[in-house]
Design a binder for this molecule. Sequence first.
Ligand code: CP
Length: 333
Amino acid sequence: MPTKLPTLPNTVRGKDYIETRDWSVKEIELALTTAGDLKKLFRKGKPHRYLPDKTIFLFFFDKSTRTRNSFEAGATQLGAHAHFISAETSQVAHGESPKDMGIILSSYGHAIAIRHDLVPGEGNKYMREVAQYAKVPLFNMQCDIDHPFQTLADLMTIREEFGKNLRGLKIDVSWAYAPSYAKPMSVPQGLITLMTRFGLDVTLAHPPEYTLMKGPMEYAHRMAEQNGTKFQVVDNMEDAFKNADIVYPKSWGIESLFHNPQEALEISKKYKHWICDEEKMKLAKKHAIYMHCLPADRGYEVTDTVIDGAHSRVFPEAENRLHTAKAVMALTM
Ligand code: CP
């Protein structure tokens, strides 16, 4: 006889998840607890079909490995089905409006998730417009402002390492050099806005050209003040790594140059020394963990010795994308 699944609270049923700031601390705590419970069930191989016969649409304007597959696998494990839609092969490529998308897709299923992250000023606006007309929850699978499923998984990973009370711990969110492409700004922005609410002291480090958007910066300062945490900005990796408990060095692009990748690439070449290597790891605390949302430019953002070494938590972090995606789907759909 299959055992009955515990009933999930319905406090966020029907709610969008577009930026972590849209959810209260209590709601985020619920998502984290649910993710932990679902992780245990998954590890034990116990079925947990909280969403039988439901449908979620995954709408991608950009590439993905973790996000797409954590949602697709997660939906299957919850008893739902995920449809993958590429913006290029849908009528959006011919200019179909976000309003029509929201109305139509929400008449076919139970949630819409969107990744639209490469153009500052566009993605968040687009998904909020879809959400305005959709009758089902809207999930942000990464926009220009936030990557709320990534940072939820990051917070889960940090708590698994250090426990629930993170007060006084220091996280370094640092820019790093990467030649592959101008990576979105949403992960560092998501980190500074979420971690300042959950007890962590945040140090942001970047070269002068790599400032983050004004809105997330102001919000992070406000959250630090309200929550008795620290938020400071430095202009070098070394200061940020010093005494850090968590280091999160990753690349991002220049806000005004996402339309001009060649110029951005030229500027970034000045900062090839912004790499996370063993020397920099020595500046952090002995127990410090290395995190990265992935994909990482190995040999540029980070050396193999660090990302494959004892400090690295990138694979548990990537696994937690599955459990957190499932938690939000199960609670809201
Ligand atoms: N971290 C993350 O969002 O990975 P993908 O771009 O592969 O989805």
